[in-house]
Design a protein around this ligand. Structure first.
Ligand code: ADP
Ligand code: 5GP
Length: 203
């Protein structure tokens, strides 16, 4: 895959605030960032819209996407499948837009391997207790699923050392600023701006 825009991978345990943070980034109106919409077999939460939050699929439909090689990566997470549609990501970065994927750690590891130039960010909650409070307060899962997600969170936190950056989402505004700054700084890296030097050398 060719990459002109940045590929930004954001992970973190369920309830850390990834969705909230990315919604704020979306609303900030930065037109250079595009957000990948994943496919999933989980049921929509109240207010979630097909094609905006996820492409909601049956298990058979999801399997067909795998068979047709339509997914960049996919995983099974807490009894459901989640995957990143390949074409959108490829087209977006080729067109020079930054493409942001909000995916869990196993899928993220696959992306990092396939695409080492990606930028990876791990979102941490301020504490495990706060993570539990946030998941419970969100109220979108029953207690059995909440516990599964919290078990999974302990395992996911062990992956943090794979990532380029960590953001502790305590103060939401600061966390958004952190993410925005990471993207800005990455775009200014010399290795991503060699053509400017070449132009100056020609002048
Ligand atoms: P994730 O997408 O990581 O699963 P969400 O964005 O759904 O997490 O956030 C989980 C809950 O935590 C939501 O109820 C959200 O309003 C709340 N939340 C997110 N960020 C913060 C924060 N910085 N401080 C307090 N509550 C937060
Ligand atoms: P949720 O059900 O809370 O929306 O998402 C559960 C987990 O799945 C989150 O950690 C989220 O980042 C992750 N996720 C969402 N879409 C994808 C995807 O396409 N691929 C992978 N690997 N994980 C995903």
């Amino acid at each position: 895959m060719c990459c002109e825009g940045l590929l930004v991978v954001v992970s973190g345990p369920s309830g850390a605030g990834k969705g909230t943070l990315l919604n704020l980034l979306k609303d900030s109106g930065d037109d250079s960032i595009r957000f990948s919409v994943s496919a999933t077999t989980r049921t929509p939460r109240k207010g979630e819209v097909d094609g905006q939050n996820y492409f909601f699929k049956t298990k058979d439909e999801f399997k067909l996407m795998i068979e047709n090689d339509e997914l960049f990566e996919w995983v099974e997470y807490c009894d459901n499948f989640y995957g990143t549609p390949k074409k959108y990501v490829e087209d977006t970065v080729k067109e020079g837009y930054d493409c942001l994927l909000e995916i869990e750690v196993e899928g993220a590891a696959k992306v990092m391997e396939a695409y080492p130039e990606c930028v990876s960010v791990f979102i941490l909650p301020p504490s495990f207790e706060e993570l539990r409070r946030r998941i419970e307060k969100r109220g979108t899962e029953d207690i059995e699923v909440v516990n599964k997600r919290l078990d999974r969170a302990r395992k996911e936190i062990a992956y943090v050392s794979n990532y380029d950056y960590i953001i502790v989402n305590d103060n939401l505004k600061e966390a958004v600023e952190g993410l925005r700054s990471i993207i800005k700084a990455e775009k200014l890296k010399l290795k991503r701006n060699r053509e400017i030097l070449v132009k100056f050398q020609k002048d």
